[in-house]
Write a protein that binds this ligand. Structure first.
Ligand code: CP
Length: 305
């Protein structure tokens, strides 16, 4: 049995394999009428989100349903965790009910890993604190591969609060593993001065990085985590690190822009820029379903990953 806890653990070949499988699910998903074999018929997937989510939860649930599985959605509010029941006892109860996979999001890094150590079913990390968001990296890789072909040799700029971003961490591991070079751009307070991976550079000047980037991944300013710490105003952030209409004009021709969502319009990206064809936010969301279908079918099928 396998779990998906972080991208860091996976080889280029393994990532390539799951992206190929996700691409094939993407083709099935975008056909009308959809014809998807119900490979997970008779199985049950639990989504257990202890932090808010729109895209990740909805796409995992749709992915499971498209594959024919039953879905049970558990929320902390309304569960016996509010009476003090532990994560481990909750897991044991879900397993006793015969679940087949657990998708978990938690505000603390490491919770999916700790659950996986005790679980008898596959555990999938849907985002844990500042640690990783592995399916986000997979869907970002798939989106870039569809738009630009081979990821190897591309220059990827990841912009914003790198330090507090699980998306950044998973994207860095994923893109470098696939042979891209990565530049981390943002306020010095939010960008680690060194990164423990080859092919990663650091800059605090977005306008210097944009003309050479093939891919620009904008991160959300996480108001709920550090609220810019009073270091600068939202407007100051926008002027230095936001993708404004003026900055959009200096992008390399053919470059694409990604954002994991939710977007703070007028902060990390202007509304006018969001409407441009090279901004692939909608495709990322569609690919989220395809990638999660690939992950579920791999972990719940016969092959381990
Ligand atoms: N990208 C992402 O994780 O979005 P949600 O928080 O809405 O799931």
């Amino acid at each position: 049995m396998g779990h998906l806890i972080g991208i860091q653990a996976y080889s280029t070949g393994e990532l390539q394999e799951i992206l190929d499988q996700a691409q094939s699910f993407y083709r099935q998903l975008t056909q009308k009428p959809r014809q998807i074999p119900p490979a997970l018929h008779g199985r049950t997937v639990v989504t257990w989100f202890m932090e808010p989510s729109t895209r990740t939860r909805a796409s995992f649930e749709l992915a499971a349903r498209y594959l024919g599985a039953e879905v049970l959605s558990l929320a902390t509010e309304g569960s016996s965790m509010v009476k003090g029941e532990t994560l481990w006892d909750t897991l044991a109860n879900l397993e006793a009910m015969g679940i087949d996979a657990l998708v978990v999001r938690h505000a603390e890094a490491g919770v999916p890993w700790q659950l996986a150590r005790r679980a008898r079913v596959p555990v999938i990390n849907a985002g844990d604190g500042w640690h990783e968001h592995p399916t986000q990296a997979l869907l970002d890789l798939l989106t870039v591969r569809q738009a630009l072909g081979d990821v190897s040799g591309l220059h990827v700029a990841i912009v914003g609060d790198i330090l507090h971003s699980r998306v950044a961490r998973s994207d860095i591991w994923g893109f470098t593993r696939m042979g891209a070079t990565v530049t981390l751009v943002g306020p010095p307070q939010f960008v680690p001065s060194e990164w423990p991976a080859k092919g990663v550079r650091v800059s605090d000047e977005l306008s210097e990085v944009l003309p050479s980037a093939d891919v620009v991944i904008l991160l959300r300013i996480q108001k709920e985590r550090q609220a810019l710490n009073g270091l600068f105003s939202v407007e100051e952030y926008r002027l230095r690190w936001g993708l404004t209409a003026e900055r959009f004009r200096i992008l390399k021709p053919g470059a694409v822009v990604l954002h994991p969502g939710p977007q703070n319009r007028g902060v990390e990206i202007d509304s006018d820029v969001m409407a441009q064809d090279s901004v692939l936010i909608g495709r990322q969301v569609t690919n989220g379903v395809a990638v999660r279908m690939a992950v579920l079918s791999r972990l719940m099928g016969e092959k381990t990953w």
